[in-house]
Design a protein around this ligand. Sequence first.
Ligand code: FES
Length: 168
Amino acid sequence: MKLFRRPSSGPLWQDEFSVFAADERYVNRRQFAKFLTLTSLGMFVGNLWILVRSWLRREPAYPRATVARVPDLPVGGVKLFNYPGPEDPCILVRTADATFAAYSQKCTHLGCAVYYEASEKRLECPCHQGYFSVTDGAVLQGPPQRPLPRVVLQRNGDDLIAIRMEGA
Ligand code: FES
């Protein structure tokens, strides 16, 4: 199929707006160049917008919050708390004498609350039997596709302090 044709010797408008139906399917070089230029310009502006947004995007600032005191939490013990906001339920587990793990309590499938099953040493979601590793929050079984967001803890004496979320 012929896509290009030589411009007519008539006025320019006859090339741009043909009065013959058969000529309407032809694209002349000028139209094609215009199309390429506008498409390239559109893509350039789109990429520029993505670049500017990524520059302006900042990591959310997380508050420091004391979530538990070590003497109050026996090995295998669990404490529920909210972090980073009052509507964000989290679960803290003391997995060993000096090891603590804290995660968002919202299952990454449909948001049911997970709980710690001490006999299996894993976090379980009762809604669809989604299981998560208490070590790193990874999915062990069930429909969830993503690990539980982890609360990063810092120990300061007997205080456990939440400093940020990972994977949220
Ligand atoms: S909501 Fe947790 S497995 Fe479905």
